[in-house]
Design a protein around this ligand. Structure first.
Ligand code: ADP
Length: 239
């Protein structure tokens, strides 16, 4: 049964990039399992392989060795079509740079994944507005990204990532472009939403204050796991 397996299972996972005539081993044999409902932070110096691991788990890059299985799907063996469906149905992405569509309103941005999932327009709009309200943006549904603060834009991006109720949320430096109090607010929000919905969050950060919200902190170095820190749960202070 899928549900008795860890949500993420990486075994001897490796990724090599060709660089002209040479190559770079970005990931060199990673074993990692993540249970459903876990909040895991990936930390490590620049170039240690954090993005590569996140991209492998996100089905954006194929492994060159070992295996990565998420929610029962072996991503190295899946077809391109299966990977598209996997990203659409199983994942929500949150990026440092928000990546909102500039000419769309907040609600329209949140509707994008719902549209891709074939949800009818009226239900799409209702779900987008409800999510934005839940994130404290009820007064901003018609605003475009340029009319929103950084923290508001990231809340819209989180609403978009959560719109399809994905099992797994992948966040790449989600507070990297925010001041520290806005960053704390966004983290608290992510943590609460993920907990309430029983979702799983994998988050890249270089900031140990951010990593501190995780159940486990995975330290990467030179493409390998250096150590895994089990962490006492710390709730982010509500602001
Ligand atoms: P981090 O996210 O920890 O900074 P990355 O996963 O981005 O680390 O990079 C790990 C290593 O792989 C680095 O040496 C980087 O230069 C290399 N790398 C990452 N992506 C590519 C790529 N598309 N082509 C070639 N080398 C890459």
């Amino acid at each position: 049964m899928i549900s008795s397996q860890p949500l993420i299972q990486a075994s001897a996972l490796a990724r090599r990039y060709a660089m002209g005539k040479t190559f770079v081993d970005a990931l060199r044999g990673v074993d990692l399992s993540v249970e459903r409902g876990e909040l895991v932070a990936l930390v490590g110096p620049s170039g240690s392989g954090k993005s590569t691991l996140l991209h492998l788990i996100g089905g954006l890059v194929r492994p060159s060795g070992g295996s990565i299985v998420v929610n029962g799907l072996d991503l190295g063996k899946a077809s391109d079509k299966q990977l598209v469906a996997y990203r659409r149905d199983t994942l929500g992405f949150v990026f440092q740079s928000f990546n909102l569509l500039p000419i769309k309103s907040a609600a329209e941005n949140v509707e994008v994944p719902l549209m891709l999932a074939g949800i009818a327009p009226a239900e799409r709009r209702a779900r987008a507005v409800a999510l934005l309200e839940q994130l404290g943006l009820g007064q901003r549904v018609g605003h475009r990204p340029s009319e929103l603060s950084g923290g508001e834009q990231q809340r819209v991006a989180i609403a978009r990532a959560l719109a399809n109720r994905p099992r797994l949320i992948l966040a790449d430096e989600p507070t990297g472009n925010l001041d520290s109090s806005t960053g704390q607010e966004i983290l608290g929000l992510l943590q609460r939403l993920v907990r309430d919905e029983g979702q799983t969050l994998l988050l890249i950060t270089h900031d140990m204050d951010v990593a501190a919200i995780a159940d486990r902190i995975v330290h990467l170095r030179d493409g390998q796991i250096q150590r895994i820190e089990e962490h006492a749960l710390r709730e982010v202070d509500q602001i």
